[in-house]
Design a protein. Structure first.
Length: 79
């Protein structure tokens, strides 16, 4: 059993050493993975910034609407 396993491992090792496409595929995989990580590192801070600023704009707008409603609810004073 161990001899069969050793033979299988040696033949697989030889096949990997003979096929240059496997190293190219590994390089492509690494490049795509690195590109994905870089995209995430850019996307997350930008998304957080846009979410925070949108919430603050929405809050300011709601406060302005509330003030205008309060002003409209008060009687107009003529000096």
């Amino acid at each position: 059993m161990e001899d069969l396993l050793q033979t299988a491992l040696e033949s697989a090792n030889e096949a990997v050493a003979l096929a240059p496409a496997t190293s190219a595929n590994a390089m492509v995989f690494v490049m795509v993975a690195v590109f994905g990580v870089l995209m995430a590192l850019v996307y997350v801070p930008v998304r957080l910034f846009l979410t925070i600023t949108a919430r603050s704009r929405r809050l300011r707008l709601l406060l302005r609407i509330r003030r205008l409603r309060e002003e409209l609810g008060q009687p107009i004073t003529n000096p």
